[in-house]
Design a protein. Sequence first.
Length: 113
Amino acid sequence: MSIDLLEGTTAAPPRDNGELVFSEPWQARAFGVAADLVDGSHFTWDQFREHLIEAIAEAETPVDSGDAAEPWDYYRCWLTALEHAVGERGLLSGDAVADRAAAYASRPAGHDH
């Protein structure tokens, strides 16, 4: 299955002149991880799309906390969907994801790979 399966849905990735658009390196890496996991038959694009649509719907839902809502970001939703898909398949536990995220976040600037 191809990423083109997502086209025409709320889960379609941003494009400019037909090319995928990433404004930060982590976005391209998150996209690549999902694509590799699909290619490795860990889950399908259809299964991932379900998680992505849920993440987008949640991000678009207003919060009644009285705080100003932040505009939602497509690739933050992508990352949330990826975390859910990985957790659902038991590929990595939620604690392991949190530990790895904290380790990457604590790296000095310029060491984002």
